[in-house]
Ligand binder design. Structure first.
Ligand SMILES: [Zn+2]
Length: 197
């Protein structure tokens, strides 16, 4: 993502205009009155599921809701969802929000393609646009591209790990490696959840 300066002890800027902000839903249901933005992300992945690179867990069936912790801690690390933020996230002049890149090529250029697994993410609610990416209020994975070389060694481990991904209800695609993911496009051999028995 593009570098952003952390404002120190700066009061939050007022919203330029009211923005409809849907409440988090117990089940993933994108609001039908807006089209979610589809962007690209990298996640850590283990048997418990997906996490942001800063450790933030992404729960199956539950949108990740951003909160602002910047003024509390000076960093972006923390559970955004449980934050009693100083303002609604994301905001202009701040760094809060769920981050995503506009295309996979940006992740590749910035070296993020070396981490975890990659995929598409839906963004909605308040979404701030930056030159190369977005900061969003709500996010949920849409498509996961799983490099072969990220798979565990044993079949039992593979099934366990794959099941943790299928719980999200996303499309899961197997790719030879991250380099085969086309920028802005879908990798070949796309599979729906349930492809593994
Ligand atoms: Zn903030």
């Amino acid at each position: 993502m593009e570098p952003l300066e952390l404002p120190l002890n700066q009061p939050p800027a007022p919203d330029p205009e009211p923005v409809a902000q849907p409440e988090p839903e117990p089940e993933v249901r994108l609001p039908d009155y807006i089209s979610p933005i589809v962007a690209c992300r990298v996640w850590q992945w283990d048997a418990s599921g997906l996490r942001s690179l800063n450790g933030e867990p992404w729960l199956p069936g539950k949108p990740l809701a951003a909160g602002c912790r910047v003024s509390d801690s000076g960093t972006l690390v923390g559970r955004a969802e449980t934050a009693n933020g100083n303002h609604a996230a994301p905001q202009g002049g701040c760094t809060c929000g769920v981050y995503a890149a506009k295309d996979f090529e940006h992740l590749r250029r910035t070296g993020y393609d070396r981490y975890g697994i990659h995929g598409e993410v839906c963004l909605w609610g308040t979404v701030m646009e930056h030159q190369l990416g977005w900061r969003a209020e709500f996010a949920y994975p849409k498509t996961l591209w799983l490099p072969l070389d990220a798979l565990p060694v044993t079949l039992k481990e593979i099934q366990c790990r794959i099941q943790s991904l299928l719980a999200y209800g996303c499309d899961v695609s197997i790719v030879d490696n991250a380099a085969t993911i086309p920028s802005g496009g879908k990798p070949r051999d796309s599979m729906r959840p349930g492809w593994i028995s």
